[in-house]
Design a protein around this ligand. Structure first.
Ligand code: SR1
Ligand code: MG
Length: 423
């Protein structure tokens, strides 16, 4: 499957058919007559080329890493090896939560190409949140995806040797890990070169950068991110990494996969939902028109956490076969209550981490390099700044006060209060 003799070259719409047209695993799926192929480049992320290739028998996605950050250009080189990490993450996620991620049809490490399942008519969740569309069953799938991939990739479940080999494999993903360490945990808290923000936020940004408690807590969270290799994370689990129809939900793009704290993926996801919540007035056609939809988003947040914690608890009780909290010490001694106590403690840690990571994600998406479309597409700068400011306020509360917030209802109430505050 892996061809190491071919020198890397980026694909183009014009060259793709000639370059991939003789690969059996592809032609079997979409048809071998390449004169009938249509190729469209659709990459709207920050890093890669993404093509939809359609033949007379079907369609596929061809994703290729570029040797630099697409968002910035070739002044910021980035290793092609991220495709290798994405490939390995996808195969693991498919085992741990079947049917949640695209099937891989072909992988070429030297060309940094992954050919995978094309989800259609799915769209990127972030776009759907701007359009105000609801998705049945989505919260359940996302909560279960987090529980299954995070539990089954951890020392609570995995065979010790396999898990140590996996930690060693992903520890090489230095450049992408560095992006997260820098853009999420450091840049927002000083005037870093790549930062940018909506000018009307100048005052609030200065306040946040002078906020000692915030800076210290953000660094405690960075320390957790760097030092707590609890499980294989998706690593970039925002609403741009989820594809949806009205009834189906899929997870894509785990190229930032690494070993880190369990709360990181869920936190990033919830932080993106809360930002989408605050951005709704920027997408409403009349004042108040999105209030019901905003409530739906908060309901999703609540349900993701409920599903995550109940699935995680189920896996704890049924699949705890790793080196941590061995059943030999608990259930086998008749100490079921102690096992439940240990589970409650673990969930409490994950809860606090989740809130903290959600908070730093919300802050970085407004102050650092990579922002979110929900805010960026609000043309009226005053309105955009207003939506962003509310997100920053909740983000700050989550980072600084995460250990004092004991239920999702409390956090969602706080979001509602911040959303209603006068400018
Ligand atoms: C330079 S890459 C910027 C951001 O895009 C990715 O999706 C990650 O979120 C990263 O932080
Ligand atoms: Mg991505």
């Amino acid at each position: 499957m892996v061809d190491t003799n071919n020198k890397y070259e980026p694909l183009t719409v014009e060259t793709l058919a000639a370059r991939l047209g003789s690969i059996k695993s592809i032609t079997n799926l979409i048809g071998g007559d390449t004169s009938k192929w249509t190729v469209k480049e659709v990459g709207d992320g920050n890093l890669n080329l993404v093509f939809i290739v359609t033949g007379d028998a079907g369609s596929i996605i061809v994703k290729q890493a570029l040797p630099y950050v697409r968002l910035v250009g070739d002044s910021w080189p980035l290793p092609l090896k991220r495709a290798f990490f994405e490939y390995h993450a996808l195969t693991r996620q498919a085992e741990r939560d079947p049917d949640s991620v695209p099937e891989i049809y072909h992988f070429d490490e030297a060309q940094a190409i992954i050919v995978m399942e094309f989800f259609t008519p799915h769209i990127i969740l972030r776009h759907s949140l701007m359009a105000g569309t609801k998705h049945e069953g989505m919260a359940k799938v996302l909560g279960q995806f987090c529980a299954r991939t995070l539990f089954r990739g951890s020392d609570l479940s995995m065979d010790a040797a396999k898990r140590k080999a996996d930690v060693a494999l992903f520890v090489d993903s230095v450049a992408l890990c560095d992006i997260t360490e820098t853009l999420v945990f450091s840049d927002p808290y000083f005037d870093a070169e790549r930062n940018h923000h909506t000018p009307q936020l100048d005052g609030l940004v200065a306040e946040l950068r002078a906020d000692i408690d915030l800076k210290v807590e953000a660094q405690h969270l960075k320390s957790k991110f760097c030092n707590n290799a609890e499980t294989m994370l998706h690593g970039d689990f925002h609403t741009g990494s989820v594809m949806v129809t009205e009834t189906e939900t899929k997870v894509i793009d785990p190229e930032f996969a690494l070993y880190g704290p369990i709360g990181f993926d869920i936190g990033m996801l919830l932080g993106n939902f809360w930002m989408a919540y605050f951005a709704q007035p920027g997408h409403a056609s009349a004042v108040g028109e999105r209030e019901e939809y905003q409530n739906w988003i908060l309901g999703v947040v609540d349900e993701v956490w409920v599903e995550f914690s109940s699935e995680f608890s189920k896996l704890w009780r049924e699949e705890r076969t790793g080196i941590l909290y061995e059943k030999a010490l608990f259930e086998d001694q008749g100490h079921n209550l102690a096992s439940e106590q240990a589970l409650a403690h673990r969930l409490q840690h994950i809860w606090e981490d989740t809130l903290g990571f959600a908070g730093v994600e919300m802050i970085r998406r407004t102050l650092s390099l990579a922002h979110i479309a929900e805010n960026d597409t609000i043309e009226n700068e005053e309105l955009r700044a207003d939506c962003e400011a509310r997100g920053l306020k909740l983000g700050r509360q989550l980072v600084v006060n995460r250990s004092r917030m004991n239920s999702m209802a409390t956090v969602n109430d706080l979001a509602r209060i911040i959303a209603k505050e006068a400018k």
